[in-house]
Design a protein around this ligand. Sequence first.
Ligand SMILES: *[C@@H]1O[C@H](CO)[C@@H](O)[C@H](O)[C@H]1NC(C)=O
Ligand SMILES: *[C@@H]1O[C@H](CO)[C@@H](O)[C@H](O)[C@H]1NC(C)=O
Ligand SMILES: *[C@@H]1O[C@H](CO)[C@@H](O)[C@H](O)[C@H]1NC(C)=O
Ligand SMILES: *[C@@H]1O[C@H](CO)[C@@H](O)[C@H](O)[C@H]1NC(C)=O
Ligand SMILES: *[C@@H]1O[C@H](CO)[C@@H](O)[C@H](O)[C@H]1NC(C)=O
Ligand SMILES: *[C@@H]1O[C@H](CO)[C@@H](O)[C@H](O)[C@H]1NC(C)=O
Length: 451
Amino acid sequence: MPPQSVVLSLLIIFFSFGLCLGFYIEDKHNETNYSSKQSVNVNDYGAIANDGSDDTEAFEKTWNEACSRGATLVVPKYSVYNLKPVKFSGPCKHHTSFKVYGTIKAWHDISAYKHRGLWIMFDNVNNFVVNGGGVINGDGRKWWQNSCKVNKTLPCKQAPTSVIFSGCNNLKVKNVKFKNAPQMHLRFDKCFNVKASKLVITAPEHSPNTDGVHISGTRNMNIRNSVIGTGDDCISIVSGSHYIGATDIKCGPGHGINIGSLGAGNSEALVSNVIVNRATLTGSTNGVRIKSWQGGFGYAKNIKFLNIAMRNVTNPIIIDQNYCDRKGPCPEQDSAVKISNVVYKNITGTSASKVAIKFDCSKAVPCKGIQLKDVTLTSENNGDTTATLSNLLVAPRPGHSWRLSEEVSRLSDIWRSSDKSKNCSAEPSGGSSPRPLLTLKRGGLSPNNLA
Ligand SMILES: *[C@@H]1O[C@H](CO)[C@@H](O)[C@H](O)[C@H]1NC(C)=O
Ligand SMILES: *[C@@H]1O[C@H](CO)[C@@H](O)[C@H](O)[C@H]1NC(C)=O
Ligand SMILES: *[C@@H]1O[C@H](CO)[C@@H](O)[C@H](O)[C@H]1NC(C)=O
Ligand SMILES: *[C@@H]1O[C@H](CO)[C@@H](O)[C@H](O)[C@H]1NC(C)=O
Ligand SMILES: *[C@@H]1O[C@H](CO)[C@@H](O)[C@H](O)[C@H]1NC(C)=O
Ligand SMILES: *[C@@H]1O[C@H](CO)[C@@H](O)[C@H](O)[C@H]1NC(C)=O
């Protein structure tokens, strides 16, 4: 049987939106000078490396000094320090920075974590830099064993995120390794102007909920040149996040690059202007996914997935507006987070499952303006790949129309081989009387009125 592949190429009209990510915080500190007036070394405030003792108090003292002087807190090389939950709060003088050359390790005793969601938090610090090339090790093994996802007899309880940046403006996090977080590795919450780069985030594939980078309520953030392989999402972008860029990301294993989940518990979710460019996903359960619960409201719009390579990804392209991961069924509801203007361009590689593209949109609030160009996804196992669609409105921009290309014809083969495919209709935008341009029916594509 000859291998079949999904080749989708629809004419695409770009809408433009700007990413205002132009700022850059220069790192003026000399990385080799540990004891300048601008630097405060944790060893000088009572931290003792490599002895397994609790260094929390020493770090707090060092932080207070660095923060009040606008100096650099230094965690020296070849040194391991142990921290209990700790909050490094601002506001601080400008040029405060945090350089991790050595290793910061999470305190081993779970009972020390009174607020179970928290290990290290940077709160309300502006114009702040974290770098140094060292390691932040969440030592999550014990937490994972106590996760209800691993041991089904245990109750579901929160576990700490390794590092949370909360309410930080003009933040740069560069060249830091994060490993084995109890739950998420790195969270940006209500931040503004964030540059994250050269991050290496690793945790075992089976570790539960260990997202790499979680972005919520954050505006103007760019994450680039990073390698993320964990047990959950590489990057997750949730409500309140706008103008988010992810560029040159290597992802896998894990659950891929995700927008969502959105709208849980009938909540409002607002996400806009996200660009994922030049990502490579390897062996992940999803490639690029947008997921929302039924019953939410708000929007996820103006999203571009560009130049993405998939290697053996189970769901390479997926929109799931009927997301439900709780026990028991999620009943049908008549509202949903509206998903519109999503571009998939130049996405190639292999799918581990038969369904390479899945748009499972809401009946109540169908997906709108989903555009694909140069999407070629073949089967990892030389089998068929298919696409499934439901409740999708494809609207060209006013003044433009779809063209039936060879690729679109080949699309019909895909639909034919997919027994799950439902009707897909395309309507001209702005037209009050919907004139179908593309009608997809079970058993085939009929190109009605194609320009
Ligand atoms: C950094 O400091 C070290 C030691 O003080 C010095 O030798 C080196 O030249 C400095 N580098 C820069 C770029 O200032
Ligand atoms: C390095 O530290 C020394 C000793 O505190 C200080 O005198 C010197 O100015 C520092 N150099 C730089 C480049 O910061
Ligand atoms: C699951 O948790 C229960 C209750 O703490 C414990 O008795 C059991 O040994 C755990 N199972 C595994 C596989 O760790
Ligand atoms: C398509 O994306 C791949 C990365 O997956 C990149 O290497 C290639 O240059 C892109 N092609 C075009 C035409 O931009
Ligand atoms: C592809 O992914 C599947 C499912 O995740 C896995 O079983 C298989 O070993 C992978 N194949 C390769 C070549 O990595
Ligand atoms: C699909 O289209 C056919 C004919 O246009 C219609 O009869 C049928 O109800 C549609 N099915 C769905 C699930 O929309």
